[in-house]
Design a protein around this ligand. Structure first.
Ligand code: GDP
Length: 197
């Protein structure tokens, strides 16, 4: 799939305020600083579409973009901000939980995980929660350019091994780099396939 147009449509503070449309939605989420804004810019080929490095904790809105006039990319607030969370407890706002659980036109979630880190409890908890909600998701291991392919493969494997076994039927694992464009085609291909379902 080529991205011919990418337009920021609106921000919503919760599910009720989300756009009233039937467009299939693909949501992106991850811990603050995981590289989500860079990824959205890379996918859309638009340098400033999502703001890179907005202050952690400040971006608590659900942001809706219209892609190719027929599907929507949803930029969700990050979870587990160190400044907000008092404990290692997963901390993502209620609106995000509501959106993920109840948005009928949500087709798939891309969960971004920093490929340089060993499995983080907070990512595992989130993925576990998402799996229990029954929302299809893919894991995207970001910033793969920062280390060797072998190291990325090792952290990816470690994460999968740490995941609860009932989630082993996850749709896919993608290694990405917003610097090299790695993973872009895989993500777009996956979206394309789901649009044709
Ligand atoms: P967000 O908070 O998840 O939206 O993360 P950003 O997209 O703002 O990225 C956080 C920092 O990581 C920025 O300094 C980016 O330039 C850097 N970054 C993001 N993705 C990549 C990547 O794939 N490779 C490298 N080398 N740096 C990245």
């Amino acid at each position: 799939m080529q991205i011919k147009s990418a337009i920021f449509k609106m921000s919503a503070k919760n599910l009720e305020a989300a756009p009233d449309w039937q467009r299939p939605e693909f949501a992106f989420i991850g811990r603050s600083n995981v590289g989500k804004s860079s990824m959205i810019n890379m996918l859309s080929n638009r340098a400033g579409l999502a703001k890179v490095s907005a202050t952690p904790g400040k971006t608590q809105l659900l942001n809706f973009f219209i892609m190719n006039d027929n599907w929507s990319l949803v930029d969700l607030p990050g979870y587990g901000f160190a400044k907000v969370a008092k404990t290692e407890k997963i901390n993502f706002n209620e609106s995000v939980g509501d959106y993920l659980e109840h948005r009928e036109n949500l087709r798939q979630v891309f969960v971004l995980i920093d490929s340089r880190l060993p499995p983080q409890r907070i990512d595992l908890d989130f993925v576990n929660w998402l799996g229990d909600c029954g929302v299809p998701f893919s894991l995207v291991f970001t910033k793969a350019d920062k280390q060797s392919a072998a190291k990325t493969a090792a952290t990816t494997e470690a994460f999968l091994a740490a995941m609860p076994s009932h989630l082993s039927g996850i749709p896919s694992v993608i290694r990405s780099s917003s610097k090299t464009g790695g993973g872009r085609l895989e993500i777009l291909r996956e979206i394309d396939a789901r649009l044709k379902d």
